[in-house]
Design a protein around this ligand. Structure first.
Ligand SMILES: Cc1ncc(COP(=O)(O)O)c(C=O)c1O
Length: 386
């Protein structure tokens, strides 16, 4: 057997931490390593694999699209792109009117920023501390975290950081040059922070009254992650960004706008060779079909079950347990990375968030059996680490 770890270390640029695990196959909620060992997948490729691995409906949609047409530039009409776009706009509800397709979350944010500048004529944005929007230069400008940004400064335009979950801070940060406010409904990468229930509604009112655009980053919270299609469903934003699991594991980004924004955008202002390719859009269509009310209800129920049982664990290590639906974080006092390593040894894959949070983003096919197994192993790890 080839030494995949060695090859990776030698030939792949070293920008990622190394989890020391070579995964070769996925089945349902499990991943299989090169030696045939099975791992329960609560990282889902950072929230991408919302229906787990090897879902027959997604597979068959992708395979039949591969046989028809895989890529098609946006200047030509694609049957599957037209249908999937209509379905997505319907699913988003509110007054959303149209979508720009790209290939990743960061690209969806880049498009949102450009569209907001065109629509407002301004280049000043308000963003949240602990916010994460991606690492391309525009998205990075909106992202918090000095360690990511410092080497590249000066970054783009003017981005003003305010505390999350603080409507007053937003109110006072807006000035006459402000184009928009960019926000995650629940902060993911920053540490799984859930705001007060009416926060987004308050934010919407402030943005409306002050005449600034509201841009909601649903790349992690969207596509049913918290038990409804959009976490911000009750709020009408001007721009919403989606990515991660929207195309069933094929790279995707979507920047969805209302009519007011759409009317300001002109030909050539933004484009992407691969954006909206029929293969990815076949994945989108399959995912939108699978994400019905019953599935969303299941996410809600399993989220509640998981959170309730996590809260029963007695450990001095646990500082806080937060989340909604199947987006859950456990803040620990210290040794977070050691906890992740021990979980991996116990065949549970989870990921970090913030400085000291263990993040769980299980697939929506997770049942009580998988949650019970996770709780049992997590409890053991927290005991062992003492
Ligand atoms: C909220 C949010 N926005 C943007 C991104 C960037 O997405 P991508 O890594 O696909 O560029 C992420 C990725 O984790 C995210 O969680």
């Amino acid at each position: 057997m080839k030494d995949y770890q060695n090859l990776a270390q030698k030939y792949i640029i070293n920008t990622y931490p190394n989890r020391q695990l070579t995964l070769v196959r996925g089945i349902g909620a499990n991943l299989i390593d090169q030696f045939g060992q099975k791992y329960l997948d609560l990282m889902g490729n950072y929230g991408v694999n919302i229906f787990g691995h090897n879902n027959p409906k997604i597979n068959s949609a992708l395979i039949s699209q591969i046989k028809n047409l895989t890529t098609l530039h946006g200047s030509f009409t694609s049957d599957i792109r037209s249908i999937a776009s209509e379905k997505l706009i319907e699913k988003c509800g509110n007054n959303y009117s149209s979508v720009y397709w790209s290939n990743s979350g960061a690209e969806a944010i880049e498009a949102a920023l450009k569209f907001a500048v065109i629509a407002s004529g301004k280049k000043r944005f308000i963003v949240c501390r602990n916010g994460y929007h991606g690492k391309t230069l525009g998205a990075l400008s909106a992202t918090s975290g000095e360690k990511y940004k410092k080497p590249f400064e000066p970054l783009l335009w003017e981005f003003v950081q305010i505390p999350f979950n603080n409507p007053k801070a937003l109110e006072s940060a807006i000035d006459k040059n402000t184009a928009g406010f960019i926000i995650e409904p629940i902060q993911g990468e920053g540490g799984i922070f859930v705001p007060d229930p009416n926060y987004l509604l308050k934010v919407r009112k402030i943005c409306e009254r002050k005449g600034v655009l509201l841009i909601i980053d649903e790349i992690q919270t969207g596509c049913g992650r918290i038990g409804q299609f959009l976490a911000s469903q009750e709020v009408q934003a001007d721009i919403v960004c989606l990515g991660k699991g929207l195309a069933g594991g094929i790279p995707i980004g979507a920047t969805i706008v209302n009519n007011k924004i759409s009317l300001t955008l002109t030909k050539g202002i933004h484009s992407s060779t691969f954006g909206g390719n029929p293969l990815a859009l076949a994945g989108v269509l399959a995912v939108l079909d699978l994400l019905d009310g019953k599935r969303l209800q299941h996410v809600n129920m399993m989220g509640e079950y998981f959170l309730t049982d996590l809260k029963k664990i007695k450990s001095d290590f646990i500082i806080d347990i937060r989340g909604k639906g199947l987006m859950i974080g456990v803040e620990v006092k210290d040794k977070r990375n050691e906890i992740l390593k021990l979980l991996q040894k116990e065949k549970i894959l989870a990921i970090p968030a913030g400085e000291n949070v263990v993040r769980f983003l299980p697939p929506f096919i997770f049942g009580k059996k998988e949650i019970d197994f996770t709780i049992e192993r997590f409890r053991k790890v927290l005991n062992d680490i003492k």
